[in-house]
Design a binder for this molecule. Structure first.
Ligand code: BGC
Length: 453
């Protein structure tokens, strides 16, 4: 990286991508035809809310693109809705493509490079009815959709994510039942879904590269920092199982190392091997893990929020969504995966924090952690904070607020939080200074610049 002009400025390399992450179902509004719409109607949202207009992007994403431009980002992660593009199997909707073309052009006009994710939790009802990622036909279905979408949008975008968080999709759908199809303890399905998602990802990866020589293609993996609750054998084992079955399982397939147990993936490893141009990291928190004999459906593991950990807002049942909010975990993940020799992109990181009290510390700590890693020679292409405007937080509806900008879903009024100005200032500086911390995140000042006062 470039010479650091003064130890008091944590400068980033020229061309570093400062961005924000979003997803279609959470921001577009007016969604139809996806399994999440059905789930909403069936009462799946804990707050009883409906996504409704969300952030109204289907009608006016440009309003938020103006806000993004004012913050100064040069990369925005969004997703396209498969349910809009292919509402019936094999039948594509030109109007949906037209709208996405206008959205991508609007970003480019604002000097913001789009990164498009092709599957972010939601998909068409017809696909769900066929068994979604449990049916082997999923590979042909997903590839057909990807081929069509990338052919239509490829002149406006070259950064692609095939699938967001296969591990979260599979846990919430098949182990803890929080997301559709809301099944509990289906361990075999959990691994089979992951295997099929790996096959979908790999076929999509090659399809995109055939259409676009210069494409950058990967997927986003969610990482949780798992620590044993007590230093005793069973808890250590539980932490190891949690880490292997959640953090590493998909990565191990794509790295061509091994497939999950009893799934037969090892036969297909050659097909999925090395289908990533960068390593996409979503990371929010860390939990303590204890062995729990009463939880066979969760691999005999129980997750606990570390005592005195920073948590962000608690859910209505008093739980911390991600355990302890732990942006320092970026270091653990990057150093562990450096052996795969791919650049990194931090694709999600943030905190539910309506009052914006913890978010500045989270941003500052993430930036400092990435700077340390880059200084030590790690290749990090960019950072996407989650998220631009408060949005529909899946089963938590509008109760959990991750935005740099506050949203009133009823009136659609927006109010930037202080973190928006802080992030804007970091981007303008292309780095972090003690003055910025004094102004926006004084609680992080001494951790980051110990010599400052
Ligand atoms: C998901 C996002 C979600 C965020 C915060 C991630 O796991 O990809 O869609 O909003 O977490 O919960």
């Amino acid at each position: 990286m470039s010479e650091n002009p003064s130890p008091e400025i944590l400068k980033f390399p020229e061309g570093f991508l400062w961005g924000l992450g979003t997803s279609a179902y959470q921001v577009e509004g007016g969604s139809l035809n996806s399994q999440w719409c059905e789930f909403e109607k069936a009462g799946g949202i804990r707050t009883g809310e409906a996504s409704g207009r969300a952030c109204n992007w289907w009608e006016d994403a440009e309003r938020d693109f103006d806000l993004a431009q004012a913050i100064g980002i040069n990369s925005l992660r969004l997703s396209v809705s498969w349910a809009r593009i292919e509402p019936e199997e094999g039948i594509f909707n030109p109007a949906a493509i037209e709208r996405y073309r206008r959205m991508l052009s609007a970003l480019i006009m604002r000097n913001i490079r789009p990164m498009v994710c092709l599957h972010h939790f939601a998909h068409p009802v017809w696909f769900e009815k066929k068994g979604a990622f449990l049916a082997r036909t999923c590979v042909d279905d997903f590839t057909r959709f990807v081929n069509f979408t990338v052919s239509e949008l490829g002149d406006l975008c070259s950064d692609w994510l095939t699938i967001n968080e296969p591990n979260v999709y599979a846990v919430t759908g098949y182990l803890d039942g929080a997301h559709p199809p809301a099944l509990h303890g289906h361990i075999a399905d959990y691994f089979n879904v992951l295997v099929n998602m790996a096959l979908c990802h790999a076929r999509a990866y090659h399809a995109i590269h055939r259409l676009q020589q210069n494409a950058m293609v990967s997927f986003a993996n969610h990482f949780i920092i798992f620590t044993e609750a007590k230093s005793q054998l069973f808890d250590r084992l539980a932490a190891r199982i949690a880490s292997d079955a959640f953090n590493n399982v998909f990565i191990n397939m794509i790295a061509g190392k091994k497939g999950p147990p009893f799934t037969g993936l090892n036969r297909y490893l050659e097909q999925v091997k090395d289908t990533w141009d960068f390593i996409g990291v979503n990371i929010y928190g860390g939990v303590d893990v204890a062995f729990d004999i009463t939880k066979p459906g969760m691999g005999f593991t129980k997750r606990l929020t570390p005592k005195n950990g920073r948590t962000g807002d608690l859910t209505s049942t008093g739980k911390a969504m991600f355990g302890e909010i732990y942006p320092q975990g970026i270091k653990i993940v990057v150093e562990k995966l450096a052996k795969f020799n791919r650049p990194f992109f931090i694709l999600e990181n943030g905190v539910p924090d309506r009052a914006d009290t913890l978010r500045p510390w989270v941003i500052a700590t993430a930036v400092k952690t990435m700077h340390d890693l880059i200084r030590k020679g790690q290749h990090i292409l960019g950072y996407h904070h989650w998220t631009l405007v408060d949005n529909f937080e899946w089963t938590f509806g509008y109760s959990m607020r991750f935005g740099l900008v506050e949203l009133d879903p009823a009136t659609q009024a927006r109010q930037p939080r202080r973190s928006a100005a802080f992030y804007a200032a970091i981007i303008k500086e292309n780095g972090l200074t003690p003055d910025l911390l004094r102004k926006y995140a004084p609680d992080a000042l001494h951790e980051i610049f110990p010599a400052s006062h």
